[in-house]
Design a protein around this ligand. Structure first.
Ligand SMILES: Nc1ncnc2c1ncn2[C@@H]1O[C@H](COP(=O)(O)OP(=O)(O)OP(=O)(O)O)[C@@H](O)[C@H]1O
Ligand SMILES: O=C(O)C(=O)C[C@H](O)[C@H](O)CO
Length: 317
């Protein structure tokens, strides 16, 4: 079956503290699900795209829960294996009263490290339109870097577009390691979805003009710069557009906005929309995600985005 978007990545149980303050004094947590690539797959599925997720989880209660959850979202999980002897990755969030926070990972080793390049099935790639990759999966192990390279090769061989979000998490690797691993991948990317700080780390410049010049020279078709509460900037085919942010009713949790934005952008790309329309749509989704607690709970369904954009009427009662 043809898939719109396939992605590869780790997922984890994310524990959010029920109270603020140092983690050692937090007594209870809410159990949620995180994982950037899975978030994008969920975002795509809620917009009505068919998505597939390649992963490995622990063969444990949490792994079964995440796989069932993904399946419930309508994601194809045939390439998600549960690995004996590995624990599903965990993430704990710490939240201070000031609003500052920390992320603590318990994912060494991650079950995804058991994936090898040979586990990637050419047929799975042949049937996809877009392969979405991020910098989190290759940050987890050297084998994951090899798997990423193989995925890129398979995508290229089968005419699958490659979308890439660097998602640089400095709790997983150093700036230098991230740059050395991710920079060489950029030349194969068709759609780059990145933040200002990530572009500066990868390309050594904070100038948008310079970023665009470099990415165009590399052959990247779409360069999209995500700018949090400042909206986004996009470049395609000689045209650079700045898209104003969409006002969020109330910002309660910014994590996952970038993943929602990516899903929205890929949706627009697959519809063949103009750059302007894609950025507005993706910004709208980003602003909707920050209104909801959790990494993927706020990812909207297509009708919800259309209602927010004023394209359809939302009947409340
Ligand atoms: N506070 C906000 N208000 C309105 N829109 C927002 C806000 N934060 C994010 N967005 C929207 O979501 C998009 C993506 O957010 P952001 O730039 O934070 O991505 P990111 O850094 O990739 O996030 P992530 O933490 O998920 O990796 C922004 O380009 C913007 O359109
Ligand atoms: O931080 C990670 O590795 C995650 O994948 C957890 C979050 O869901 C992700 O960062 C959100 O983009």
């Amino acid at each position: 079956m043809m898939k719109d978007v396939i992605t590869i990545g780790d997922a984890m149980i994310a524990f959010s503290p029920s109270s603020t303050g140092p983690l050692k004094f937090v007594q209870s947590f809410e159990r949620r699900i995180g994982g950037a690539e899975l978030n994008v797959a969920i975002g795509c599925a809620r917009l009505g795209l068919s998505s597939g997720w390649i992963s490995r989880l622990g063969k444990d209660e949490f792994g079964q829960h995440i796989k069932t959850f993904a399946r419930g979202e309508g994601i194809d999980t045939t390439e998600v294996g549960l690995v004996e002897g590995y624990a599903t990755s965990l993430l704990f969030k710490e939240l201070m009263a000031s609003g500052a926070g920390r992320t603590l990972y318990y994912r060494k080793p991650s079950p995804t490290e058991t994936l090898t390049p040979d586990d990637l099935k050419p047929d799975y790639f042949k049937q996809a339109k877009i392969l979405h990759l991020t910098g989190i999966f290759p940050a987890l192990s050297q084998m994951n870097v090899e798997v990423t390279k193989r995925a890129i090769k398979l995508a290229k061989e089968h005419g699958v577009k490659i979308a890439f979000d660097p998602n640089i998490r400095l709790r997983l690797w150093s700036k230098e390691e991230a740059r050395q691993t991710l920079f060489p991948l950029l030349k194969d990317v068709d759609i780059l979805l990145a933040g200002d700080d990530e572009l500066e780390l990868l390309l050594g410049t904070s100038s948008h003009d310079e970023v665009i010049k470099q990415t165009v020279e590399m052959g990247i078709e779409y360069t999209i710069i995500k700018r949090g509460e400042n909206g986004s900037i996009g470049h395609y085919n000689g045209e650079t557009l700045k898209a104003n942010p969409v006002l969020a009713a109330k910002v309660v949790d910014t994590v996952g906005a970038g993943d929602g934005f990516d899903a929205g952008f890929l949706y627009g790309y697959l519809q063949g929309w103009s750059l302007e329309k894609m950025l507005l749509f993706a910004n709208t989704i980003g602003s909707m995600v920050v209104e909801v607690i959790g990494d993927n709970e706020g990812l909207p369904y297509l009708e919800e985005v259309q209602a927010r954009l004023g394209e359809i009427e939302r009947i409340e009662r």
